[in-house]
Every structure is written in structure tokens, then in C-alpha cells.
Design a protein around this ligand. Structure first.
Ligand SMILES: [Zn+2]
Length: 164
């Protein structure tokens, strides 16, 4: 709808400019026409500028453009984002944020999950798999930073490296 209004504004603005040009040509014979030409240009130029601005803004807010920024945001915030976070950090309207997140969900890049009353979007592809030491016996998890040959918890020697 906004898009149609923007296109109409551009077309009307262009028509006014064309009319202005005709008056400009007519001004050669009749200098009074120069004012009409100016008036038409003054009306036409802002209409075209407004129309273009609306179209550019719409493109920026389209789910197809926003999705990359959201993935980037998720990368910085531990592979999960909320609608509020997208709205706040990317400065976009609520609906644009929801549409883009829906698109990411449909493409299975994100997965919505309800936590109490808010929906969190998880990005499994962004989660780095961490390598940890795990005791095969009691399944305790230890950092890989320190060498470990015996589980401090149960004493088992079967401590293995696994991806979390
Ligand atoms: Zn153990």
C-alpha cells in the first residue's frame, strides 16, 4: 500500500515536472509562464524525493534486507535474539523485525522458542560447538584447559574429549 502511494507520488511529481518544462518552453514567448514553471517544479521535486525515500526505506526494512543484519546481531549476542532486541539495536519498526524473524524461521536459520512470555529466536547455525572433557563414567564436564587423566568427581580414568 505504501509502495503504491510512493509510486503514485513519483509519477505525479514527474508529470508536474514535465508540465513545468512545457511552461518553461512557453516562457520563451511569454515570460509570465516562468512563474508557473517554477511553481510546478517546486511541487514536483519534493513529491519525487518523497516517493523515492519511501521506496528506499521500504527496501531497507524488507525482510530480505533485514535478515542479514539480524544474523549479524545474533552472532554478537550468543546466537539468540528477541523481537525487542532487533527493534532496539537495528532501529526498525516492530512489524519489520517480526517479518524478518519469520522469514529466518521459515528458512530454518532461526528457531523460535518461548521462554515464559517472550519468544526467543535461536540460531543453531551460529552456535560454536565447544570441545570439553567429559567423564565417560559419571558424565561430569571439565574444561579442556587443564590436562586431566582421572575424573576428580568419580575417579574414573575414562575422560574423553567431546563436542558439546
Ligand atoms: Zn567421573
Amino acid at each position: 500500500m505504501k509502495r503504491i502511494a510512493a509510486l503514485i507520488a513519483i509519477v505525479v511529481g514527474a508529470l508536474l515536472l514535465v508540465l513545468g518544462l512545457i511552461f518553461l518552453i512557453a516562457a520563451i514567448a511569454n515570460p509570465q509562464r516562468l512563474l508557473n514553471a517554477l511553481a510546478l517544479a517546486v511541487l514536483g521535486v519534493p513529491l519525487i524525493a518523497f516517493g523515492i525515500w519511501v521506496l528506499v526505506r521500504e527496501k531497507q526494512l524488507s525482510a530480505d534486507t533485514l535478515d542479514d543484519s539480524i544474523v549479524e546481531l545474533a552472532r554478537r549476542s550468543n546466537a539468540e535474539v528477541t523481537v525487542d532486541q532487533v527493534v532496539a539495536e537495528l532501529g526498525v519498526p516492530d512489524q519489520a523485525a517480526r517479518d524478518a524473524l519469520d522469514l529466518l524461521e521459515r528458512r530454518q536459520q532461526a528457531r523460535g522458542e518461548w521462554r515464559e512470555d517472550r519468544k526467543v529466536y535461536l540460531f543453531p547455525g551460529l552456535k560454536e560447538s565447544k570441545v570439553v572433557r567429559r567423564c565417560a563414567h559419571c558424565h561430569s564436564i571439565f574444561s579442556v584447559a587443564q590436562p586431566l587423566h582421572k575424573c576428580p568427581n568419580c575417579g574414573s580414568t575414562e575422560v574423553e574429549l567431546v563436542r558439546e
